[in-house]
Ligand binder design. Structure first.
Ligand code: SF4
Length: 456
């Protein structure tokens, strides 16, 4: 298959992209195209390490042919790869991923009907024995020190210290960007990252990817992934499919407002611990801005909660005292309350959509389409283990692996019809929709209007 990659994918775009990272004087370095191809091979065959790749390179005629080296050419030192990463930054690899998406779009492999989303934990390249435990202030200081040390050593910015940790008493000095988290199924708490992916249903093309520290909330990435998909593919998906973690009020509201059908399961928190009537038993009277309870009593708005972006509706004092439905309706001494979020109509519409037959069918498809994408990356390309340290390097890893997934689909599904076009266009693709898109602007404007209506 490496022959097909060489014939149909043009890696030469990288020369132009990194031209400004090299000086005009000094020794002639290794060709950036060769370096990119070597990093591609590292994940393509899940070679154990960069040293191992350089060790076997001279014996692998297919690898030599792929990178354009002859039998007598000297093998580069493994350190050229780490130096190139530090010099180029993560953008070049993101560009490689975007080009792979663009080619899949051009080849008609992306339908944008169903977009599956999920996140997966990745074990950081740091032993759990390296983890230090201390008070939050000390951990915060250590993160700052490690961040500035790295910036000095590698001449690039660190992500450390910019965000609040969920577990603020643990840190791994080996990789301070990777917080200690447990899997959902339990087990040990270890330094981990999280990869978030959006996969198009038609052929499994990865259309958007994000990488976060392991404690990053998956549901908070959903809108970002949809937006990235729209920017990379040129159109919003018709439906967004995800598990119950993504079924939050914010996601239902925002996606419905964008006109995207919400095929997520409702969040587990909505069903759990429910010992009283749900809010759906209360009818909202828009004209009177009040709720009517099953007993016909009215609940009136109190002052808004700006943090939760909601308004609490409550009955008048003493109304619930003698009500026969009280045991099923409320445990509160002061009577029943109902929360109404801003954009509640959109949230209700989104929840209604998520319980349709179509939504259930989409969730069934998600099980094999989404999980299949992660499983293939894990089994063939070393996706579940960080090869390098720090968040920005993990982003590089995820972009390379996602690009490989797309290139494989491109080769296997597009046949010979676009044989020439693919190779030729790989280097020319630019995002179909630039970042400052109408979708993005509409989304920002809508958020602004909401914020105004919330009284911010
Ligand atoms: S307990 Fe109060 S809010 Fe609930 S049904 Fe009775 S009167 Fe209505």
């Amino acid at each position: 298959m490496i022959r097909e990659v060489a014939e149909r994918i043009d890696f030469s775009f990288v020369r132009e992209e990194v031209a400004d990272k090299y000086g005009a004087r000094g020794n002639v370095g290794i060709d950036p195209e060769v370096i990119l191809k070597l990093m591609f091979l590292l994940f393509w065959d899940d070679v154990r390490s960069e040293r191992e790749l350089m060790r076997i390179l001279a014996e692998r005629l297919d690898y030599l042919w792929f990178i354009g080296y002859g039998l007598d050419d000297g093998i580069p030192d493994h350190s050229v790869l780490s130096k190139a990463r530090a010099r180029w930054g993560a953008e070049v690899f993101e560009s490689m991923f975007l080009r792979s998406v663009g080619q899949c779009v051009e080849a008609g492999l992306v339908s944008s009907e169903l977009l599956h989303m999920d996140g997966s934990l990745i074990e950081a390249n740091a032993s759990k024995d390296s983890v230090l435990k201390s008070d939050p202030e000390m951990i915060e200081r250590l993160r700052g020190v490690y961040g500035s040390q790295e910036a000095k050593l590698e001449g690039c910015k660190s992500d450390s210290g910019k965000r609040k940790l969920v577990n603020s008493t643990l840190i791994s000095p080996t990789d301070p960007d990777a917080p200690c988290v447990r899997k959902k199924t339990g087990g040990e708490s270890k330094p981990r990252y999280k990869a978030h992916r959006a996969v198009d249903d038609a052929h499994g093309v990865v259309t958007a990817t994000m990488t976060s520290p392991g404690d990053g909330e998956e549901n908070a990435k959903m809108l970002g992934l949809v937006h990235e998909h729209a920017a990379n593919v040129g159109t919003l998906p018709e439906s967004a499919v995800a598990d119950s973690q993504y079924g939050t009020a914010e996601n239902y509201r925002d996606l419905t407002a964008l006109g995207v059908e919400t095929h997520m399961s409702p969040h587990a928190g909505r069903k759990r611990h429910r010992k009283v009537f749900g809010a759906e038993r209360f009818e909202y009277d828009a004209a009177g801005d009040s709720y009517i309870c099953p007993q016909g009593e009215r609940l009136y708005p109190r002052s808004p909660d700006k943090i939760r972006m909601s308004i609490e509706y409550a009955v008048r004092k003493g109304t619930c005292q003698e009500c026969p439905l009280r045991p099923e309706c409320t445990n509160a001494k002061t009577g029943r309350t109902v929360q109404r979020r801003w954009g509640q109509d959109l949230i209700d519409e989104g929840i209604k959509e998520s319980s349709t037959k179509n939504a259930k069918r989409s969730r069934d498809r998600r099980k094999w389409r989404m999980e299949g994408s992660f499983a293939q990356s894990a089994n063939l390309h070393g996706f579940k283990r960080s090869r390098w340290r720090r968040l920005w390097r993990q982003r590089i890893q995820d972009h390379i692996i996602c690009a490989i997934e797309n290139i494989k689909i491109l080769i296997s599904k597009s046949g010979k019809r676009s044989n020439e076009g693919l190779g030729a266009s790989f280097g020319r693709f630019s995002r179909t929709l630039p970042r400052n898109t109408p979708v993005e602007r509409a989304y920002r404007l809508r958020g602004f209007i909401w914020a105004l209506s919330c009284g911010y």
